[in-house]
Design a protein around this ligand. Structure first.
Ligand code: SF4
Length: 370
């Protein structure tokens, strides 16, 4: 494991001007309109900020000098930055240069979130955060133990992708191929900003551009917001963290299940299936003695058969303050076999990043330990 702390940035005089990157696209347009500028200027300004990623209004050569000066006198441009990083090289992977790396991202107000770069031979995936902390308090999740601090602004979401793309190019010679909203927070509780960030990340002629189909949004299963995504026309994929198809077990693991019982969740998934024609991925984390029995497999199979879905089994990564254990390999084999026998499509995700607390459920571990 390696840890890199970025050198402390030189002390600069505190900039009193507000940060233009905290404005939404709509607000950028409103601000320019208030200055008497035509609507197309907003498109140009957005491109300068998020395609060129300029930090200096003087570089905005499509604007006249007067407008550049007006903007510079009122605003600064301060993107999120990497505060530190940790890398994990698994022995078996060292030869093919596969290193999972976790980045601590410093935000506008000094808050920190975590993003994880997960390289594999076929993909270069960024796992990004949507909230500082999370209000949903899933029992197995380090972020949930932090409590909720705030939603991320649109630019704070896009900046994680830009920063990890640059790191991927530097470390591996190839940029991001996939983005998953599976970092800190519940993306569906910050859906306006998640939507806008996806709009920016998929702008076709921007310097960084990724296909909607390469983006996965993960949720604990919030019906109204799931339907909103389905109706949005986005081609992004949806992953629902199920973790148990037994109502009382799920309630113990995920308090949100008290409000969204399994029948309501199945109905929400079916509505998404009908609108998009696409399957939803059911994410199921095997926990020893909690949800890994033959009966649990049977209940999962029954739930999965009631909707259009794929199942993704993942390992639990231990968090020192929490009391769960990953399912043992024999129960995992039995579990997988039962699902396959039921004719269900199952993938098993190998855990990456556990040594640096970058794996599923581990983000924010250090904060919790403190
Ligand atoms: S698993 Fe996701 S939704 Fe649950 S507490 Fe953690 S970040 Fe929030």
């Amino acid at each position: 494991m390696t840890i890199n702390n970025q050198p402390e940035r030189k002390k600069i005089q505190h900039d009193e001007r507000p940060n233009m990157r905290m404005l939404t696209r709509k607000e950028l347009g409103e601000h320019l309109a208030a200055l008497g500028e035509p609507a197309y200027r907003a498109t140009q300004l957005h491109r300068w900020l998020y395609s060129n990623q300029t930090l200096d209004f003087e570089e905005m050569s499509t604007f006249g000098k007067q407008l550049r000066q007006k903007l510079a006198s009122a605003w600064s441009i301060r993107p999120a930055s990497i505060a530190s990083s940790e890398s994990e090289a698994r022995e078996a992977d060292a030869a093919i240069d596969i290193q999972t790396a976790k980045f601590l991202i410093r935000l506008e107000d000094g808050e920190l979130v975590e993003s994880v770069l997960i390289p594999s031979e076929e993909r270069m995936t960024a796992c990004i955060s949507s909230q500082v902390g999370c209000p949903l308090r899933c029992a197995f999740c380090a972020t949930g133990q932090m409590g909720f601090r705030r939603n991320l602004a649109t630019s704070e979401i896009t900046d994680q992708a830009f920063l990890l793309d640059a790191e991927a190019l530097k470390r591996h010679g190839r940029g991001l191929s996939n983005i998953v909203f599976m970092g800190m927070g519940e993306p569906l509780l910050n859906l306006d900003n998640v939507f806008e960030s996806i709009g920016t990340l998929t702008e076709q002629d921007y310097r960084f551009s990724i296909s909607e189909k390469k983006i996965t949004i993960s949720t604990v299963g919030l019906p109204a917001e799931m339907e909103r995504i389905a109706r949005s026309g986005l081609k992004t994929k949806l992953a629902v963290s199920l973790h148990s198809a037994d109502q009382s077990v799920r309630e113990r693991m995920m308090p949100v299940a008290l409000d969204v019982p399994l029948d309501k969740l199945a109905k929400a998934i079916s509505i998404c299936n009908t609108i998009t024609g696409q399957p939803v991925t059911l994410v199921y984390m095997l926990l020893e003695g909690v949800n890994d029995s033959p009966e649990d497999a049977r209940k999962l199979a029954r739930f999965a058969k009631s909707v259009l879905c794929k199942i993704n089994l993942i390992d639990y990564n231990s968090i020192v303050t929490l009391k769960f254990e990953s399912g043992c390999s024999s129960s995992k084999t039995m579990f997988i076999q039962r699902l396959l026998d039921a004719g269900l499509p199952v993938t098993v995700r190998k855990s990456q990043g556990a040594a640096i607390n970058a794996a599923c459920g581990q983000l924010a571990t250090r904060t919790v330990r403190k």
